[in-house]
Design a binder for this molecule. Structure first.
Ligand code: DGL
Length: 279
């Protein structure tokens, strides 16, 4: 991959923030970043040509994450957001090693905020198989179980990110798959569900109705996208590189189909953004 530094800017603050995900899931994080940091220039990389990451090997996800980070850095990014739980679990430590000076924000399932709100003391965690089986998640799971006494029941949601990636947000297939996963968690008495994959906020209403259908009186859904935007704000301020000029721009790259990503921007974020295909 080669970078086209169309946003190369003279001051460090004017340089863009690089954000990536296996596909369109990271757009659920981008909407929080844009709300909180409207003046930042953003470069988004959707690795749709290689999605989903959730059923790939650790090695594969690491290789993709390093290649994309290199690309975004070559394009002049001043900070990096890994808007993907799966890539964070596999590669955040390696990216921090490779770029020790770079502000990097990862995302992980929100077990802590979920523990603070559950009444049944049982939390359901929906994520990819790769995230749930990662040592990083298992350590978090163990620590939070010990420190809060809450029971975390995990559910690998195989196939769900793929359907969302295809734009099937409310199709019969998606509703049935969500119902299967959510019913299993409600049957365990979970009253709080953690969205441990950045694709899932796009089907949050489907998840909530599945929980009601499965007999939950009330359900609390935890999405950590907003916490990522807050952490990015803190890091930019701390490093004195927050941009405070006019409204920022958003440009996108994809290893998949540019027209498809363009349509997702329209549908999910209600914005049109230039998209370039990267081989
Ligand atoms: N959106 C990603 C995550 O947060 C992964 C989905 C996938 O590619 O399997 O985990």
């Amino acid at each position: 991959m080669t970078a086209t530094a169309s946003l190369a800017a003279s001051t460090p603050a004017g340089q863009p923030v690089g954000i990536f995900d296996s596909g369109i899931g990271g757009l659920s994080v981008v909407r929080h970043i844009r709300a909180q940091l409207p003046q930042e220039n953003l470069l988004y990389f959707a690795d749709s040509g290689f999605a989903p990451y959730g059923d790939k090997t650790d090695k594969f996800v690491i290789e993709r994450s390093l290649a994309i980070a290199d690309f975004l850095l070559a394009a002049g990014c001043k900070a990096l957001v890994i808007a993907c739980n799966t890539a964070t679990a596999s590669a955040v430590h390696l990216l921090r090693e490779r770029y020790p000076q770079l502000p990097i924000v990862g995302i992980e399932p929100g077990l802590k905020p979920a523990a603070a709100v559950t009444r049944t003391r049982t939390v359901g965690v929906m994520a990819t198989d790769r995230t749930l089986s990662s040592p990083k998640f298992q350590l978090l799971h163990q620590q939070l179980t010990l420190s809060t006494g809450v029971r975390f029941v995990t559910q690998a949601c195989s196939g769900l990110a793929d359907l969302i990636e295809e734009g099937e947000l409310e199709s019969e297939k998606t509703v049935a798959l969500v119902q299967r996963y959510v019913s299993a968690l409600v049957a365990e008495r979970a009253d709080t569900l953690v969205l441990g994959c950045t694709h899932y906020p796009f089907v949050q209403s489907v998840i909530e109705s599945a929980a009601r259908k499965a007999g939950a009186d009330s359900i609390h859904v935890v999405d950590t996208g907003i916490a990522v935007a807050r952490q990015l704000t803190r890091l930019l301020d701390h490093n004195g590189i927050r941009r405070d000029e006019a409204e920022g721009t958003l440009e996108a790259f994809t290893s998949g189909d540019a027209a498809a990503l363009s349509r997702r921007f329209d549908r999910l974020l209600h914005i049109s953004s230039p998209v370039r295909e990267i081989v």
